[in-house]
Design a protein around this ligand. Sequence first.
Ligand code: PEP
Length: 259
Amino acid sequence: MSTHNNQFYFFANWKMYLDFNEANILAHAIASEHKQFSANVKMAIFPNALSLYTAGQTLKDVGIAVGGQNVFWEDKGGYTGEISATMYQAAGCDYALVGHSERRHQFHETNHEVRQKMQAVLESGLTPVLCVGETLKEREDGKTEEVVEIQLRSALQDIVWPTDRELIIAYEPVWAISKGAGANEAGKHCDDVEAERVHKMIREFSAGLIKLDPVVLFGGSVRPPTTDYYLRQLNVNGILVGAASTQLESFMGILSNIK
Ligand code: PEP
């Protein structure tokens, strides 16, 4: 069993795949299927910042939380184009992704910046979803554990963790994430043994830094048929899904494979 407090987590990162209309249409379509939701699946969706408020109103009515995909660490000021954690919180978010690999690798976000964002997210009242994972080269060099430990230590060590907040970490091997403009091309397959090995390490290492049993999610080209494949693992508490969460059929396909 890999539930955490009797729940599986299904978190959906819509990235920049859907525009305002598309995100709102999908939010309505998902909400209209709410009779198929199950109390043992905790859901959150991360739409783009422009559609987050309206899509969030629809989703929250049916028990789906929303979150920001990226935050800036200052609250307010002359930071053109940025959005702070407190602003996401005021717009109705419960969560924020922090350190997603697309931020780290395409926008050169450093471990130091990830730490600043973690701190700002916690101070704003949101729950961070800390994303960690190694590149293909790092994996081939046998450095997976080393890289993930550095990411965890720099984000979590000596941080004051509020007692009302869960510790949620997403393991997303960069090489396993979907690719291509439509992202219909899956990344390389991360097998269950490898995912479980890294999840176990993440659980033990992060529990040593923050005295909490973390929720550890797997992300990397999860599709309806592979949902149960990962969730069967002892240390996989849920999934963070990108591409396959952006279409109603695959979103519901994943959900039905969780039960
Ligand atoms: C992600 O990047 O958070 C992710 C899991 O993407 P995908 O499911 O598309 O691989």
